[in-house]
Design a protein around this ligand. Sequence first.
Ligand SMILES: C[S@@+](CC[C@H](N)C(=O)[O-])C[C@H]1O[C@@H](n2cnc3c(N)ncnc32)[C@H](O)[C@@H]1O
Length: 262
Amino acid sequence: MASDLGFHWGMLNDHDRNAAYRAAIRDAAPGRIVYDLGAGVGPMSYYALRAGARRVYGFEVDPDVLPYLRRLARAYSNFVPVWTDALAGRLPEERPDVLVCEMWSTWLTDWPMVRVLRRVLRRAPGARVIPARGYHVVQLVQARHRAGMPIRLTPGTEATVFGEPFATGDMSLPVVACVTDFRGRIRPVDTVVALAPLTAGTVNAVRLYSYEEVSPGHVLPRIGTRCDELLRWLPPLRVHPGRRVRLRIRHRWDAGLRITVV
Ligand SMILES: C[S@@+](CC[C@H](N)C(=O)[O-])C[C@H]1O[C@@H](n2cnc3c(N)ncnc32)[C@H](O)[C@@H]1O
């Protein structure tokens, strides 16, 4: 059956990501039970199988990638595709020693990564998690487009940006607003960050991006499939150097991200 590889092709070609995950998996998987949560076409499962995992369960909901996981199961008798929503479906009897959960996206807004990890860690609290941590950054910007027409940007909505450095002018230094440590309990965020404007002008958006620490000390560069950013529109705000802008950030990791100027 032919299937659409879609965004999986980009991930298969993201050398930095693949090398970092492969090294972390090579370290953790030998002789272990591994859950690959959000397996896609199976690169993380493959790394675990090649590293000598005892058994690997590949969880996936997207029917387009089923043929790839079936093929992997034919090649490796200790690979078990699990065709289910990892948030709600039945979990295998065998508990995992290692969880690989590559459902990465900026500020973890695209996939239910935190909720899936919470669920599985309740059953296997000692499991080692890959990636280790995420660092989530905010910055004040002036976003601009080049369409030559006026567009009304609705505060509270957002745009996803991939590799478009000219989409924004920096209006403050970036600040790490929160850290997710996937090895512990991930709590909702309710924090206030103070951002120092670099120049006088009008801010119309917050730029949000994240750094992924795959294994302790190994933070991925923000290139390839890790370069996504969100622009969250704010009501236009005049800023001046020396007068900090305080943003309240609330993020439950599953029910939207709220940002307000306080
Ligand atoms: C960022 S992709 C990563 C794919 C693969 N792990 C890789 O490294 O190339 C995240 C994957 O998680 C899957 N996914 C999202 N939500 C899921 C869920 N609730 N249960 C199982 N898989 C899910 C998506 O379909 C997608 O294939």
